[in-house]
Design a binder for this molecule. Structure first.
Ligand code: 5GP
Length: 202
């Protein structure tokens, strides 16, 4: 059954920015830069997803993700507390419905890091408010290096799967409103900032 948005989209003025890109494309770093940007002056808030994936070293509980068990995830999903969800390499990920709707009601802009399924689902729920942005890594070789550096070296299978998925995701980037080539981090961060500023002031 499809989840429906509870709010009327006509009343809302905030935008929903969805950033997608393969694992290792640099989307998390670019989003962090966006939140620090002085020109945006806290006008974009981050949505923190629920995930059943184990926490990586360096990740902060309730800041990077709400790390929960599969049982808790399924309970939240049944209780319709998750507005969209995906299963990525055997772990569940989902966006909290209440947070998104509260921010929209306050006319805040929201940024979310989602896979393609999530991006398309949010666009379907809020077509007028959603702006989708895809981050393209410089090359598959560079991507593989970044994924290897991040993942636990013993998890060869996960590295292989993430690289395979990344190749598939890249071929879908044309469905997005904007695409950013992340070869140079400063330039890519500026491009993201410009897209967000233009959309907010459109
Ligand atoms: P990672 O394990 O690398 O943090 O995330 C794996 C993938 O799941 C990434 O593409 C990330 O953008 C996506 N993701 C994270 N949270 C959510 C969510 O709440 N919903 C959806 N659809 N995708 C998510």
């Amino acid at each position: 059954m499809k989840i429906k948005a509870t709010l009327s989209t006509d009343r809302q003025k905030g935008k929903i920015f969805i950033i997608s890109g393969p694992s290792g494309s640099g989307k998390t770093t670019l989003l962090q830069r966006l939140f620090k940007n002085k020109k945006l002056k806290n006008s974009v808030v981050k949505s923190i997803s629920f995930t059943t994936r184990p926490r990586r070293s360096g990740e902060r509980k309730n800041k990077d993700y709400f790390f929960i068990s599969e049982k808790e995830f399924k309970q939240k999903r049944s209780a319709k507390k998750i507005i969209e969800w995906t299963k990525y390499l055997s772990y569940y990920y989902g966006t909290p419905k209440e947070f998104v709707e509260q921010q929209l009601e306050k006319e805040k802009n929201i940024a979310l890091c989602l896979d393609k399924k999530g991006a398309l689902n949010i666009k379907r729920l809020y077509p007028k408010l959603t702006v989708t942005i895809f981050i393209i890594p410089p090359s598959i070789e560079e991507l593989q290096k970044r994924i290897e550096a991040r993942c636990n070296k013993t998890k060869k299978e996960e590295i292989k799967n993430r690289v395979r998925l990344a190749q598939r995701e890249l071929s879908l980037s044309r469905k997005y409103d904007h695409r950013i080539f992340n070869k140079n981090l400063n330039l890519a961060a500026k491009e993201l900032q410009d897209i967000v500023l233009n959309e907010i002031h459109a």
